[in-house]
Design a protein around this ligand. Structure first.
Ligand SMILES: Nc1ncnc2c1ncn2[C@@H]1O[C@H](COP(=O)(O)OP(=O)(O)O)[C@@H](O)[C@H]1O
Ligand SMILES: [Mg+2]
Length: 447
């Protein structure tokens, strides 16, 4: 059953419905992925799912299997497409129409346990009039290998498949909600320059605590793109916790998980050479924002974002990382690393011009064991305890879980620090859930 008028493209793991009119308001992340393809067609049957995703492979015991094999092969797990007669179906872009893709991509079968075959399918539809989306996840499980079917065992495997599929779909969608596509790409470029860029020059400075840092120019050897960065060498004892430089990278990743994007991109390089000196402890390379000045000098109405959201986001981040060093000088107004565009360079390379934006610098005091930072505390702008929250941050906090934090921050902080961060996250959510209960949604949540 082909509907050749409806085309599709595979973008990441999403099959985007090419349709500029249907339910896109409800699925912003999907729209971001889809809009590149809007020109390809718009004659869509609205009763059909907006998009479908392939169900994830299950980890653990799930070797490839096909009818030609009497036993599961000892290779890694692979999807088996029932529609095409149990041939191995490569996870590639379907070549025909969207509806055809749906038939072939919707139902995916896996061996989650020897002696059984689990097939599952998923769809998302939306009703624009009532603003409701409907999710369907379906699983079927049957015995194989001539094994006698045990109804309860098969049901158990089916529930497990549904649980894993739902978890992975939620995690994948959360990942997409974090950054718009175009910013995502720029972040990747900047991180690459910070991590691998060659140091072209360096200017040293020493702060009042004797901590040395360098403003450096980095160049990507392939693209020849350049950026400036602040190099903070790691120091023995981390300045009693006030100068733990890998936390610059940890805070950057956490701010992204929360969809904030107000902490400059930062990486940690292990051993490195800067200014003809070798730093065997390594150090943090932090994107250096042009035209930086103190945020307190800029009237809040010019910040380009809701000032209450900015201050609430900052405090939530600082509670999570227990950063007791968020004084006024660490709120800056500067060119953003991802919101902006390249302008043609007059000499050899294009120059990045970022939009002026509030940014948060210096996260190196985070996770100091003696710190105590709470939502109740006053902030540097004197706006009092934090009793409002951005709706976006509220939602992203809900999805901040052990796998997400471990994947993003695991190389910078210990498992115990991750656990305590997650405990603070639960307390923050409890604080706002309670406030919404007592004061009402619109008194607490900033849209
Ligand atoms: N990412 C950045 N972009 C632009 N300027 C920055 C950035 N980070 C720091 N600075 C400037 O460098 C100064 C010192 O940086 P900071 O991170 O506070 O280091 P430290 O307190 O360890 O000396 C800041 O006061 C600010 O003027
Ligand atoms: Mg500082």
């Amino acid at each position: 059953m082909l509907q050749s008028s409806v085309r599709h493209r595979k973008v990441s793991d999403i099959y985007c419905r090419v349709d500029s009119t249907s339910c896109l308001k409800l699925t912003r992340a999907v729209r971001n992925r889809c809009k590149k393809y809007e020109h390809l067609g718009s004659d869509v049957d609205h009763s059909q799912p907006l998009f479908t995703t392939e169900l994830p492979k299950f980890e653990g015991w799930a070797p490839a299997w096909s009818p030609s094999q009497s036993a599961p092969a000892a290779e890694s797990a692979q999807r088996i497409n029932v529609e095409s007669g149990l041939d191995l179906s490569p996870p590639s872009v379907p070549k025909t129409s969207f509806s055809d893709a749906r038939e072939h991509a919707l139902e995916q079968c896996y061996i989650t346990h020897p002696g059984s075959l689990t097939c599952s399918s998923a769809s998302v539809t939306c009703d624009e009039r009532s603003g409701t989306i409907m999710l369907s996840l379906k699983a079927s499980v049957r015995s194989t290998e001539g094994k006698k079917a045990n109804r309860l065992e098969l049901e158990e495997l089916g529930w497990l498949a549904l649980k894993l599929a739902a978890e992975e779909r939620a995690a994948a969608l959360n990942q997409q909600m974090i950054l718009p596509c175009e910013h995502d790409e720029r972040h990747r470029q900047v991180l690459n320059m910070l991590k691998n860029g060659v140091v072209l020059d360096a200017t040293k400075s020493v702060n009042s605590f004797g901590h040395v840092s360098y403003v450096v120019t980095l160049e990507d050897q392939v693209s020849k793109q350049r950026c400036q960065a602040l190099f903070k060498p790691a120091i023995e004892g981390d300045g009693e916790g006030w100068h733990r430089v890998p936390i610059e990278a940890a805070a950057y990743h956490l701010n992204l998980l929360l969809g904030m994007d107000c902490v400059p991109p930062a990486v940690f390089r292990s051993a490195c050479d800067v200014d003809w000196q070798h730093f065997d402890r390594g150090g943090a390379f932090i994107y250096w924002c042009s035209a930086a000045t103190g945020l307190s000098k800029v009237p809040p109405r010019e910040w380009g974002c809701h000032p209450d959201v900015m201050l609430s986001d900052t405090r939530i981040l600082d509670v999570l990382i227990q950063n007791s060093d968020r004084h006024e000088g660490h709120f800056m107004w500067a060119e953003h690393w991802a919101k902006g565009a390249y302008k043609a360079g007059r000499v050899s390379h294009d120059a990045w011009r970022g939009r002026m934006h509030p940014i948060l610098i210096d996260q190196a005091a985070g996770f100091r064991p003696e710190a105590f930072v709470s939502l109740e505390h006053e902030n540097a702008f004197g706006s009092g305890p934090t009793n409002t929250i951005s709706s976006k941050t509220y939602m992203r906090l809900r999805f901040l879980d052990l796998p997400a934090v471990t994947a993003a921050l695991g190389e910078y902080i210990s498992p115990e620090e991750i656990r305590s961060l997650l405990r603070r996250k639960d307390e923050i959510l409890h604080h706002f859930d309670t406030l919404v209960g007592t004061k009402g949604y619109h008194q607490v949540v900033l849209e």
